[in-house]
Write a protein that binds this ligand. Structure first.
Ligand code: ADP
Length: 350
């Protein structure tokens, strides 16, 4: 069902994306792959369908569950959960490893004490069998442990030929900062990776997506409405899915838009809070003002500056504004003074 709001994991349920899935499968033996694109563009779905089509054993680490200042305990608990899901395949490898205990189907990686195992050693152990380590929303691994994670990935890249890492990320600049292969000081310096970037569907494909989705749930929807949904939500499949579902239950396009904006507003607030809570309340306010000004159409550095200064009633320094723009770009919220997600744009006006 196209309008199922969970990530798709079967080829039959995935609309389009044949080329991307094929590219991933053709390169699945490489040490490192990245799947990037804005939120809701379908990264997790493309990842899961590719893994299932490739018929490979994999574990999935979902970093959405990590808090910003996560520690080893939280990281290892994610790995424990992922390894537990593949216990029947990995049991013979894991049961001999110091620092790992197995009780029934549950794997526990110790995160402290004498028997603690490092991430690099864990990868070396896992390398005894072919395994794909898929890390969803990997930019969330940045933080206190990021050096160790980069070291471990670089080590596995060089020595663990049975492992493939596939990382997805919706804050693309931050994902690139984690896998910073061009920076001499980065542990992963000089390693090659293949990046698959997911783009939005064009108008025609978006219409087809909605038509097929509505057909599947046996709801007749006028072309005019389909057109309106496509125009408002652009070709971002997650929003099209959301809009399809909401329209099916509410039957009013204005209501659908309102609910979407509310959801987007909540997400934006979380992103801004995570980014700025360690700095100050005023910084958070500045990000909101910047987004509001960009949403109003202030599409150059100087226009943005004067709009923000008006909002705040005081002057803003060059470096402060540069920093905000840079961060919003790294978070894939804007690019060249335009929003990457039309719903985030509307939410920023509130
Ligand atoms: P991301 O990981 O990029 O945030 P997801 O894979 O979670 O995106 O997809 C977001 C939503 O959109 C989910 O409900 C998913 O089922 C749907 N979706 C995304 N891409 C497709 C696609 N190509 N075909 C069908 N549904 C899709």
């Amino acid at each position: 069902m196209l309008f199922d709001e969970r990530p798709k994991d079967r080829k039959e349920d995935l609309f389009d994306r044949e080329r991307e899935v094929e590219e991933i499968i053709n390169n699945i033996k490489r040490p490192l792959l990245l799947i990037s694109g804005v939120r809701r563009i379908g990264k997790t779905s493309v990842l899961l369908v590719s893994l299932n089509e490739a018929k490979e054993n994999y574990i999935l680490i979902d970093c959405r569950k990590l808090k910003e200042n996560y520690g080893r305990k939280e990281l290892y608990s994610l790995f424990s959960e992922a390894l537990s899901s593949k216990i029947s395949y990995l049991k013979d490898v894991l049961e001999k490893v110091k620092g790992i205990s197995i009780a029934g189907n549950y794997v526990e990686i110790k995160w402290g004490g004498k028997n603690y195992i490092s991430l690099s050693s864990l990868f070396d152990e896992l390398n005894k069998k072919r395994l794909i380590i898929a890390i969803d929303e990997a930019q969330r691994l940045r933080g206190p442990l990021s050096k160790e994670i980069k070291d471990a990935i670089a080590h596995a890249y060089d020595y663990d030929r049975n492992l493939t890492f596939i990382l997805t990320g919706s804050e693309v600049g931050l994902l690139h900062e984690l896998i910073d292969v061009e920076n001499e000081n980065s542990p992963v310096y000089g390693r090659y990776y293949l990046e698959i970037t997911l783009d939005r569907f064009n108008k025609e494909r978006s219409k087809e997506f909605l038509q097929r989705g509505f057909q599947e749930i046996s709801i007749k929807v006028e072309d005019k409405i389909i057109e309106e949904i496509v125009n408002y939500f652009d070709g971002i499949p997650g929003w099209l899915t959301f809009a399809g579902n909401e329209y099916a239950t509410k039957g009013k396009i204005e209501e659908v838009k309102k609910t979407a904006v509310k959801v987007a507003k909540g997400e934006l607030e979380n992103l801004i809070e995570e980014k700025t809570k360690k700095v100050s309340y005023i910084t958070g306010k500045r990000y909101r003002n910047a987004l509001k000004c960009i949403a109003k159409g202030e599409n150059s550095w100087s226009k943005l500056l004067s709009c923000m200064e008006k909002e705040e009633g005081s002057t803003i320094s060059t470096s402060v504004l540069d920093n905000i723009i840079q961060n919003l770009e790294k978070m894939s919220i804007i690019k060249d003074y335009e929003f990457l997600d039309p719903v985030y744009k509307e939410a920023s006006k509130l």
